[in-house]
Design a binder for this molecule. Structure first.
Ligand code: ZN
Length: 297
């Protein structure tokens, strides 16, 4: 058995899977303070192991910022985070107290890109970027078949963007950068900009033109720095019907006739929706648990 946790800022998804990656038990609960939340995590895996068998490894895809450097003595520990109570919480050590199995920790977007790269929209590509646009904006990158971890981990959501000509008044909602990508294009930022939740904005509201422009500008930056073969747009905001086509149109006009796109050359094959949503993060955490189970202790 393998234990997987998708630790999100608003909810936790936990699953127990067999060696084929098939989920045999799963649960979901709200993210509260770390101590209360971890009681639910430990209880789920303790009980499900009694029914289904012992875990050989665990995988965590977590909200960040969190230390994902396997060689660091602080591996699996949160960095300073605005989320109350979670700054410097040692996620890995806390789990390890209850479960003496190998545990791998990644960011939630890294587990999502692992899954989409292996079985989803990025299958067959060695260079894939997965970006989630929802409560926040985050990106997982696979380059030459490997996860890009960098010095801490990439923070795609905090790249700076040119302003849409009709969006100069709104200061942006990121507490650190104001109008970075997340501060302009995450769900709560759209709500702050327009005064209503993004899902209630009509199809022909200018909000969607502005949103498409920001996501297209993001795709230009990702294309010019990483040269991916696919850019996958996940998260709740990306699911807005028709938005991805508007992103593609804006991307074409911003990119111009510069380098051809990889693959078919069509933007519609390059900027795509996920195939495993909303399960990608959990599927990737199961893959990570299997890798942990095979790792030397
Ligand atoms: Zn920011």
């Amino acid at each position: 058995m393998f234990g997987a946790i998708e630790a999100g800022g608003t909810k936790f998804n936990c699953a127990l899977a067999n060696a084929n990656g098939e989920v045999v038990a799963k649960t979901q609960f709200p993210t509260r303070d770390p101590e209360t939340t971890m009681i639910d995590v430990v209880e789920f895996f303790t009980h499900t192991q009694q029914t289904h068998g012992t875990m050989q490894g665990m995988g965590i895809g977590s909200f960040g910022p969190i230390n994902i450097d396997l060689k660091s003595e602080h591996y699996g520990r949160f960095l300073k985070t605005p989320k109350p109570g979670w700054s410097h919480f040692d996620f890995l050590a806390t789990l390890q107290q209850s479960f003496d199995v190998p545990i791998f920790v990644e960011t939630d977007v890294n587990t999502a890109v692992l899954a989409e790269h292996s079985n989803g929209a990025g299958a067959g590509c060695d260079n894939v970027v997965y970006v989630t646009i929802g409560t926040g904006v985050g990106g997982g990158i696979i380059s030459d078949g490997r996860l890009v971890k960098g010095g801490i981990h990439p923070e795609v959501g905090h790249m700076l963007l040119p302003r849409h000509p009709d969006d100069h008044e709104f200061p942006g909602a990121c507490p650190f950068h104001g109008g970075c990508l997340e501060g302009l294009a995450a769900g709560p930022s759209m709500k702050a900009r327009w005064g209503v939740p993004s899902e209630t904005l009509g199809d022909d509201h200018i909000a969607w033109d502005i949103q498409a422009y920001y996501l297209a500008a993001m795709c230009i930056n990702l294309t010019s720095t990483l040269s991916p073969q696919k850019i996958i747009l996940g998260g709740g905001v990306s699911q807005k019907p028709g938005l991805i086509d508007r992103v593609a149109a804006q991307f074409e006009s911003l990119w111009g006739d510069y380098l051809p796109l990889p693959g078919s050359g069509r933007v519609s094959d390059y900027i795509v929706l996920p195939q495993l949503a909303p399960e990608a993060g959990l599927v990737g955490a199961i893959m990570l648990a299997q890798q942990a189970g095979q790792s030397p202790r």
